[in-house]
Design a protein around this ligand. Structure first.
Ligand code: PMP
Length: 406
């Protein structure tokens, strides 16, 4: 399959925005969806929409098969040992909050430490801030090297025997840094801490093997990997999940309900209170089929090439600062001279080019970078070098426009 074949599978890309053909460079915020995913959702609603688990009728059985079948696809995709370890959530944010609210509240106390980094998304900061406040534990930040990477020496110096939780992004949504999760997990485990991984930006773009990483929890969202919004996954090791209490209570997650006491279902359902995200999970399963058909190795290699090409092209733009290391995932975060990133994004939009501007839900990282905001172009399987060229040409035009204005 060549890139044009892949692009043709994304109907949304075939349109003009402000009189120009669309160049979509905001996949780190949310990816576009291929026809197969749109059709899986359409088929579910047209042909077998029904609630899962309880119904004995044909449609209910088909919906249950679709929902639980998607769980098996996720299991295989991340190489979890069992589907008991795959919990459907609303997304990465809900998955991380579940770990903090359930594991965290039960296992942390005053004197304990939670270690995170300066490059975290707000979704991997605030649940730990709240946990620290509720339990009296201390929140500690791993420092970053000047190029936006983490040194294992700093990891060794920051994690102590008091550390109970280490939580970290696998791939930064701002810097593109790819963190050495496997090595950091070993250090966390040496001190008896659990390792939580924010996989929102890694899972869509590279082969992830949770057994190989040996992390204890791993969170990700379908909408960044060609799937629908509103669904994601919390992976957790079975022996840990078994001892955790649910955080949402109600239908679907119970085994038996009496007037004053109730018991929970087995894993993974005890964490899935209420009617589950049926259509979302089925669409997610179709997204996984799609990504596997292309191949994660191919996706990673393609994005690597595009990111390197973008870095090269941006190095030709006078006054352009790119943040993050050169060895990076498929995104570039940058600023141009004194032009505000919102102005950059607005002028690019007039040329049909979608990039993101702002703090990217990473305000502590913006502080560390000493900027209030940045612009970001992020790539996926459907982007090509021509997209990068159009982006850079438009950026040069923007810069020239603003240098004449001031
Ligand atoms: N972590 C990272 C690194 C992200 O990029 C995002 C999404 N921008 C999230 C967490 C949160 O994901 P969601 O909004 O899908 O819960």
């Amino acid at each position: 399959m060549n890139i044009q074949d892949i692009r043709d599978m994304f109907p949304i890309l075939n349109q003009e925005v402000n009189g120009n053909s669309l160049v979509y460079l905001d996949s780190a915020a949310t990816s576009q969806k291929p026809t197969s995913v749109i059709e899986a959702l359409d088929q579910y609603y047209r042909q077998y929409n029904s609630n899962v688990h309880r119904g004995v009728h044909t449609l209910g059985t088909k919906a249950t098969d679709g929902y639980e079948g998607a769980r098996e696809k996720v299991r295989k995709f991340i190489n979890a040992r069992s589907t008991e370890e795959v919990i459907f959530t609303r997304g990465t944010t809900t998955a991380l909050n579940t770990v903090a609210a359930s594991y965290g509240r039960a296992n942390l106390a005053e004197g304990d430490e939670i270690v995170i980094t300066y490059m975290e998304h707000h979704s991997n900061i605030i649940p730990w801030q709240q946990l620290a406040k509720a339990t009296g534990a201390t929140l500690k930040y791993l420092p970053l090297q000047e190029d936006g990477t983490i040194s294992l020496e700093d990891v060794e110096n920051t994690i102590t025997d008091n550390t109970k939780i280490v939580s970290m992004v696998y791939v930064s949504n701002v810097l593109g840094t790819i963190n050495p999760i496997k090595e950091i997990t070993k250090i966390a485990h040496k001190h008896g801490a659990v390792m939580v991984v924010d996989g929102a930006q890694s899972t869509p773009h590279m082969k992830v093997d949770v057994q190989d990483l040996d992390c204890d929890f791993y969170a990700f969202s379908a909408h960044k990997m060609c799937g629908p919004t509103g669904v994601g996954v919390l992976y957790g090791k079975k022996h840990i999940l078994e001892h955790m209490e649910p955080v949402e209570f109600g239908g679907e997650m119970i085994d038996f309900v009496d007037l004053y006491e109730s018991t929970w279902k087995e894993l993974p359902w005890k964490f899935e209170g209420g009617t589950p995200i049926i259509a979302g999970a089925i669409g997610f399963g179709a997204a996984i089929d799609f990504l596997e058909e292309i191949g994660l190795d191919k996706i990673e290699a393609h994005e690597h090439t595009l990111a390197q090409y973008a870095l090269h092209r941006l190095s030709e733009v006078d006054g352009c600062t790119v943040y993050g290391p050169s060895k990076r995932a498929g995104l570039v975060t940058f600023n141009v001279n004194d032009v505000h990133p919102h102005d950059v994004a607005t002028v690019l939009d007039a040329d049909g080019i979608a990039v993101r501007a702002g703090h990217h839900c990473a305000q502590p990282l913006m502080k560390w970078l000493n900027v209030s905001a940045t612009a970001r172009a992020s790539f996926y399987i459907y982007n090509n070098e021509e997209d990068v060229d159009r982006f850079v040409s438009s950026l040069i035009k923007t810069k020239e426009y603003f240098s004449n204005v001031f």
